[in-house]
Design a protein around this ligand. Structure first.
Ligand code: HEC
Ligand SMILES: [Cu+2]
Length: 369
């Protein structure tokens, strides 16, 4: 009986193993996408950046913690392991003592209960002094780790961070704005962060740093990346329906790579046709979370076919969707509202998009008619 069960199990496993690769191959039968028009040839810099951005993020690490990639990870990991070690030590000690006493002093025929001592100096001093030393040690360790990512350090690269439902904007000292974070290895980075709508929180597990972004207020965070690679950045303050879309990339560049990145972005945006720029912004700036391009309504109106349309507004008037209408919609969303979407909220992108980018978005929406 047991043998038969085993052979059935073996059969099921071998069928699954054989079927696995075969079913994985089926999509290859699809016709090749040769119908796409040939793309413009790309400069080596643009290719380099696209390759880096497409790299899989680092998923390494041990059972407890992901790969450390910043100086701040050291004090933080030390404290994690210290607390873990202390917890294991005391949990085991207390459990063993409890079990031992339960057995040793159990009620049994001929055994008389012994009176508890009412006072014992040695015992009381021991259980006061040892926990006090442990608490002071934990406090100092935590304080050191806290200072590591909050205290201002000289020579830091400052990057402005804006959180918004549901995207990040990182503004570099030269004015470049991106939705992924790019930083150089080995240089302290100081983030000045705020939010345009609700609470968000910046968290990079590999750096062991986390800080809230608060509307109408600035918060700061500091770290020094130590290991080039691609890591993940999460929003860890639940901020609405598409909270999980605020999961982007942090790219730690090798020496010289950060400068090359900035130069490449400039080069790329200088040569991008407006429609392409608008398409890229639609995906990168989080517009896609609320606007579809296939006619289906999301939180906001779809962009498909709206160009030239006369839109019914919430105040009863009608307005033609043209360049001016789109610019106003982006910069002062509350100034004009469509009747059907009057309940939806869009936060203003004034100051977060350049004139050129707004022109790109207008061109892109026009191309969707
Ligand atoms: C959080 C959801 C949300 C995000 C993100 C968002 N929008 Fe909107 N958008 C809305 C809503 C809701 C409306 C309709 C009500 C209003 O105008 O405030 C709207 C309206 C618009 C309109 C007017 C469309 C029409 O047909 O009336 C434009 C243009 C627009 N958004 C552009 C953008 C651009 C560009 C971005 C990205 C840079 C963006 N939106 C990001 C929610 C969003
Ligand atoms: Cu968020």
């Amino acid at each position: 009986m047991k043998n038969r069960l085993l052979s059935v199990l073996a059969l099921v496993i071998s069928v699954a193993v054989l079927a696995g690769p075969a079913s994985a191959q089926t999509p290859a039968a699809e016709p090749p996408a040769a119908a796409e028009p040939a793309a413009e040839p790309k400069t080596p810099n643009v290719l380099w950046l696209e390759e880096i951005e497409a790299q899989p993020w680092n998923t390494g690490g041990n059972f407890w913690l992901p790969t450390p990639a910043a100086e701040e990870a050291d004090p933080s990991d030390f404290m994690f392991y210290a607390v873990l070690g202390l917890s294991i030590f005391f949990f085991t000690g207390v459990t063993i003592a409890t079990v031992y006493f339960v057995i040793k002093y159990r009620a049994r025929p001929g055994h008389k209960a012994q009176p508890s001592p009412s006072h014992n100096d040695t015992l009381e001093i021991t259980w006061t002094v040892i926990p006090t030393i442990i608490c002071v040690f934990l406090f100092l360790g935590g304080w050191r780790g806290y200072l590591a990512f909050t205290a201002e350090r000289g020579g830091a690269l400052q990057i402005d961070v804006t959180g918004q439902k549901w995207a990040w904007s990182f503004t570099y000292p030269n004015g470049t704005v991106d939705n992924n974070l790019h930083v150089p290895v080995g240089q302290p980075v100081r983030l000045r962060m705020t939010s345009t709508d609700v609470l968000h929180s910046f968290y990079v597990p590999n750096f062991r740093v986390k800080q809230d972004l608060v509307p109408r207020r600035y918060t700061y965070l500091q770290f020094t990346p130590t290991r080039p690679g691609v890591y993940r950045l999460y929003c860890t303050e639940y901020c609405g329906k598409d909270h999980s879309m605020m999961k982007v990339r942090v790219i730690v560049h090798e020496t010289g790579g950060y400068e090359r990145y900035l130069a490449t972005v400039e080069e790329r945006s200088a040569t991008l046709p407006p429609v392409e720029l608008g398409k890229q912004l639609y995906e990168k700036k989080g517009c896609a979370a609320c606007h579809s391009i296939d006619g289906s309504p999301r939180v906001g109106p779809s962009w498909k076919g709206i160009w030239g349309e006369s839109a019914k507004m919430a105040d009863g008037s009608t307005a033609t969707v043209d360049a001016q209408y789109i610019k106003t919609a982006i910069e002062e969303p509350n100034a004009q509202k469509r009747a059907e979407f009057a309940g939806g909220q869009m936060t203003s992108y004034a100051g977060l998009l350049s004139e050129k980018e707004i022109a790109g978005l207008i061109a892109y929406i026009e191309s969707l008619k």
